[in-house]
Design a protein around this ligand. Sequence first.
Ligand code: HEC
Length: 151
Amino acid sequence: MNKKTAETKSVAERLKGHLPALAVLAVVGGGAWVMINESMNQSGSAAMVDVKVPALSTFGQKGEKAFGDNCAACHGENAAGGSGGPPLVHKIYTPGHHADGAFNLALKRGVRQHHWRFGNMPPQPQVSAGDTRAIIGYVRELQRANGIGSR
Ligand code: HEC
């Protein structure tokens, strides 16, 4: 009985001795976790928003291809945002805020940085008018599937 009490005590004592070390570990571990998270964000390959991809129309599929060729490098796969540009499946870009004309203008003239911190978007004169329309259709289909911009 006496022995048992002594043992219990010694376990408690030992734990107590380790508490400061455990606390330091928790702080260091937490810091490392934050740093890993930050660096993942900065690498930017991770999408910025979750985009649900619907069954696309034929027109939407044409737009998806043109988007992949011309825009995804910056705006990310599925227009979910990337290292060089914002997500277009985002409430900022609903038809009400950025009508189709804003897309045409963006490709013709480029975009000055104003909503985000990615820098300017250069003009995209290589994209044909037909592909531009298809890209807009594609983005609108994605937006609708994600609850954005039902007019
Ligand atoms: C080199 C990177 C880059 C490429 C390539 C690119 N964009 Fe952008 N785009 C940006 C950035 C950065 C912004 C955000 C500017 C801001 O608001 O700060 C932007 C903004 C936009 C906007 C919003 C315009 C507005 O009026 O605010 C649209 C629409 C757009 N891009 C469409 C496209 C489409 C479609 C393509 C492909 C044909 C494309 N972008 C290719 C970087 C890019």
